[in-house]
Design a protein around this ligand. Structure first.
Ligand code: 5AD
Ligand code: SF4
Length: 426
């Protein structure tokens, strides 16, 4: 069968889609170049916010029309929504034939061959998909999953409910996958987990894993997402500071700058702990880029508590922040909290947050003007054939003059101008 995967949500889903590609190719299926050729459309879905779910439901209903032209066409839903909603996705009558949960992807080939209108969503707290190397689609970057699930139960978050308990993969499997990726020409490896700082496998901790993965005799960058502030150790900071292969960038979700809200979010740190971590990271690596996630309008958030988040944004000056409007997820603790904040206020706070951070991001990018940076060139620029684009070590997008010959190499460049998303270099 020719299949086409449409992926939503986080990098973990991108990685899972690559894993599904490996599983289906092994079973003799092949990837369709576009939707028109597909005999099976797979939606890999996200449940973190209601908006993400609504978008996918809309997309599925839209693609259902293809079934009138091609009666053999099947639609499968996998990922977090599949896990959360199970068979009810089929019962909705929007054209879904198969539903496969996050721990059951090995069953996909059998389900395609034999079953109709079925859902397999049992959680398997041991499933880590060892012995399968995902087919990395990007020519330069590879995502490598090092752990699955989450045990933190932040009160707003659906992830621990759908992705189950945290488990780490065998470091030897991870090493093999990273080696394969690098020997096939990837230069930018991102290690994935909901909370990579708590990686632990037979005595190997996350900082130890980073050290083990950086020993290959080639130039490449190691990145990782996501770090939970409660588990960020001095040892990790020390390894990052001394190891040139580890990218000087950390994504450290703060969520709120108000300690009372953080407590009700069950984040297990307060603002002063978070700020102390930022100071420690910057002392050890003055050039480090720090990015974050922020939520506006958590239940019960008062105007002054929200302003504490704005103050924290101004004080810390993140390189970038992903800002989200709180979304109520059924089954989470926060869904039951009193004083849910109205949609209007949540939207308004979100906009204020975005506006403040956009200005800081611009200033942070402009601070780089006049400095020399190293860019890993990935592609021709979308705007001009005489420009190429790539990424800096601290995960910023850079464009510079040059042609295809530069693609796939590390280039030193001088920053001459900046916008709030791009460094313009020579
Ligand atoms: N509402 C809004 N944002 C959320 N996130 C997780 N759950 C929710 C929710 N219910 C955000 C957090 C997390 C990021 C991946 O998504 O900021 O870090
Ligand atoms: Fe969700 Fe918190 Fe786990 Fe991140 S650490 S996936 S926000 S529960």
């Amino acid at each position: 069968m020719k299949y086409y995967i449409e992926t939503y949500g986080c990098q973990m889903n991108v990685s899972d889609s690559e894993l599904i590609t490996t599983i289906l190719d092994k079973a003799g299926h092949s990837e369709a170049e576009d939707l028109d050729q597909a005999e099976l459309i797979i939606f890999n879905t996200c449940s973190v916010r209601q908006h993400a779910e609504d978008r996918v439901l809309g997309r599925i209903s839209c693609e259902r029309a293809r079934k009138t032209v091609n009666s053999r066409l099947k639609i499968a839903v996998v990922g977090c929504m599949a896990q959360r909603m199970g068979k009810s996705l089929i019962e909705k009558g929007i054209g879904v034939d198969l539903v496969v949960g996050v721990d059951q992807y090995l069953k996909l080939p059998d389900m395609i061959a034999e079953l109709e209108d079925s859902a397999i969503v049992e959680q398997d707290s041991k499933q880590v998909y060892d012995d399968l190397v995902p087919k990395h689609h990007d020519p330069h970057c590879a995502f490598v999953t090092i752990m699955r699930g989450c045990d933190n139960f932040c009160s707003y978050c659906i992830v621990p409910h759908v992705r189950g308990r945290e488990r780490s993969r065998d470091y030897r499997e991870i090493e093999y996958e990273v080696e394969q990726a690098i020997s096939s020409g990837k230069y930018d490896i991102t290690l994935l987990g909901q909370n990579v700082n708590s990686y632990q496998y037979e005595g190997v901790s996350f900082p130890m894993l980073l050290d083990r993965l950086s020993g290959l005799n080639k130039q490449y960058r190691l990145r990782f997402i996501t770090s939970h502030p409660k588990d960020l150790s001095d040892e990790l900071i020390e390894v990052m500071a001394r190891n040139p292969k580890i990218s000087k960038h950390i994504h450290l979700p703060m969520q709120s700058g108000d300690s009372e809200i953080l407590e009700r979010m069950n984040r297990k740190y307060d603002y002063s702990h978070y700020k102390a971590l930022v100071d420690k990271l910057r002392r050890a690596m003055p050039e480090i880029a720090i990015t974050t996630d922020l939520i506006a309008g958590f239940p019960g958030e008062t105007e002054s508590q929200f302003e504490n988040t704005l103050k924290a944004i101004s004080e810390i000056r993140f390189d970038y922040a992903f800002c989200f409007k709180y979304s109520n997820r059924e089954g989470t603790d926060a869904a039951e909290y009193d004083n849910q904040v109205s949609e209007d206020i949540r939207l308004h706070r979100l906009q204020r947050m975005i506006d403040l951070q956009r200005q800081i991001t611009l200033e942070k990018f402009q601070d780089k003007i006049g400095t020399e940076i190293e860019v890993y060139v990935e592609a021709l620029s979308r705007k001009s054939n005489e420009q190429v684009s790539g990424k800096t070590d601290d995960y910023k997008i850079a464009v510079l003059s040059g042609d295809v010959a530069l693609i796939g190499s590390f280039v030193k460049a001088q920053v001459i101008a900046a916008t709030a998303g791009t460094l313009i270099c020579e």
